[in-house]
Design a protein around this ligand. Structure first.
Ligand code: NAD
Length: 467
């Protein structure tokens, strides 16, 4: 999307939340939040959130198209679904509750109060979806937010910030509750981190960004990378497992941090599972095709830099940015394979130490590792997850097996007998989030995550009993 196609207001600094200077974005957000908590009640917050939901749903195709064209990642139709998901299933003010204790010694209530202005960092993989999800949660909690978005998504992000502010304005709400700098850089992020007006930091992205926020000296909520393993054991419904794995691993071309990234399957059922995956539309790469694919989709890590989903591991390869989030058909064309227009997922049989198992590849290329037994599968899954404790998936009818894996892997999200998408409320119960705070422990974030506890005490019921 060309910036010239954006609504007129976005080009004017400060109009509807998008600023030329980060200092102005911070100041505007700060003033907006003071006004918001003073002048607006909970019912007004809910009205504002309803307006944001409606504006997003009305514009979901446009938002999906803009993000797709600007980032060149993922699948248009899946991006529509993601926008709809965050608009409908991000909790609003109902998430903010008050606890009360009453008795002979009076009444004590614990309220969830806002932090104030919150600084948020968003990823290129779910750029506008994260802004919508974070904004609903933060505004429901009484905060305002100043964003530092991924530079490769800044046009779409400016568009959604404009859309959200316009929706707020149309309900009579304050200006600039959601603000951003038009050209975000690491320097603008530093200004947010250092500003005394920003009381809390929230970051969604890779481990480098989370580390930066955690070093800030401020409270930070970090939602980092994952490399979700799937285990399929000999008791699983293999047809259902095949279908679910393809759904999760191919959704938005595997961009999601929760998406199935590698499979460990018990050898005795591996052939049958692969048979069902092929029936469900996956394409099996032979060893020659796999080597060729690696030659363009991976890059040698010549400088032995840390990166990807784990900062601790120096790796032989990086993923090639040119191939992250591309669709399966593009990979097939590059391999010289034509007439396979419906394929959404490529599968390949590899060993445990293959780069596609170890890297968070974010491509619709799905590695399958055969294992002898469940213990071996669990041991490998733990190593491949690199201690991120993000997401894991298992297909099994044996409760003991499910429990054993869940206890060993300790992930924030553990999905049984469904696709990873169920873990964020897409085809599963519970609310959604685009910010899964594993490293700092808040988990599936929502409005109450972004609140401070305040205790208010009325001792002895307000009067002293004599006697
Ligand atoms: P990224 O880490 O490259 O960028 C994320 C954001 O952080 C961007 O705004 C970027 O500008 C900024 N950033 C990058 N490096 C930084 C640094 N060293 N210091 C400060 N800021 C920095 O990630 P991405 O490519 O945009 O997104 C994909 C990654 O995000 C994947 O690893 C994925 O697993 C993760 N992710 C996690 C969640 C979650 O909820 N846990 C959700 C979506 C994506």
């Amino acid at each position: 999307m060309n910036p010239a196609e954006l609504p007129h207001q976005v080009h004017e600094s400060g109009a509807n939340g998008v600023f030329d200077r980060i200092e102005d974005a911070i100041e505007a957000g700060y003033i907006a939040q003071l006004n918001y908590v003073k002048q607006f009640q909970l019912k007004d917050r809910e009205k504002i959130i309803t307006a944001i939901r409606e504006a997003v749903i009305e514009n979901k195709e446009k938002l999906a198209q803009m993000v797709f064209e600007e980032t060149k990642l993922g699948r248009y139709e899946d991006k529509i679904a993601k926008h709809e998901l965050v608009a409908r299933k991000t909790p609003g003010t109902e998430d903010i509750t008050t606890a009360a204790f009453s008795g002979d010694e009076g009444l004590t209530i614990i309220e969830q109060a806002p932090f104030g202005l919150v600084g948020a960092v968003t990823p290129v993989t779910n750029p506008t979806e994260t802004i919508i999800n974070n904004s609903i949660s933060l505004l429901a909690a009484g905060n305002a937010v100043v964003l530092n978005v991924h530079p490769s998504s800044k046009v779409s992000c400016a568009f959604v910030v404009n859309l959200i502010n316009q929706a707020i304005k149309d309900t009579g709400g304050p200006e600039n509750l959601v603000s951003m700098v038009k050209d975000p850089t690491l320097e603008t992020l530093n200004r947010i981190i250092e500003s005394p007006k920003v009381k809390l930091l929230v970051g969604t992205g890779g481990p480098g960004m989370v580390k930066t926020l955690l070093k800030s000296g401020k409270k930070a909520i970090g939602a980092g990378a994952g490399n979700p393993p799937v285990i399929v054991d000999e008791t699983a419904d293999l047809k259902q497992a095949a279908k679910s794995i393809i759904e999760g691993a191919s959704f938005d071309n595997n961009l999601l941090c929760i998406a199935e990234k590698e499979l460990f399957v018990i050898d005795s059922v591996a052939d049958d599972l692969i048979f069902h995956m092929l029936n469900e539309g996956a394409y099996m790469l032979d060893q020659q095709q796999l080597s060729k694919l690696m030659s363009f989709a991976l890059e040698e890590n010549v400088h032995q830099e840390a990166g990807g989903c784990s900062l601790d591991n120096k790796r032989e390869y990086h993923v090639s940015k040119d191939w992250v989030g591309k669709d399966a058909v593009s990979f097939l064309r590059q391999l010289g394979i034509a007439h396979e227009e419906d394929i959404k997922l490529l599968i390949c049989e590899v060993d445990f130490d293959h780069p596609f198992v170890q890297l968070e590849q974010m491509m619709p290329v799905f590695p399958i590792v055969r294992v002898g037994n469940l213990d071996e599968a669990i041991e490998m899954a733990l190593l491949a997850e690199h201690g991120n404790r993000h997401t894991a998936i298992m297909h099994s009818k044996n409760v003991d097996h499910l429990t054993k894996f869940a206890r060993a892997i300790e992930t924030t999200i553990f999905v049984k007998n469904a696709s990873s998408l169920a873990g964020v409320g897409f085809g599963g119960e519970g609310h959604t989030t685009m910010t899964i705070a594993g490293p700092t422990g808040e988990g599936i974030t929502s409005a109450k995550t972004f609140t401070r506890q305040r205790r208010c005490v009325l001792a002895e019921g307000g009067f002293r009993i004599i006697g």
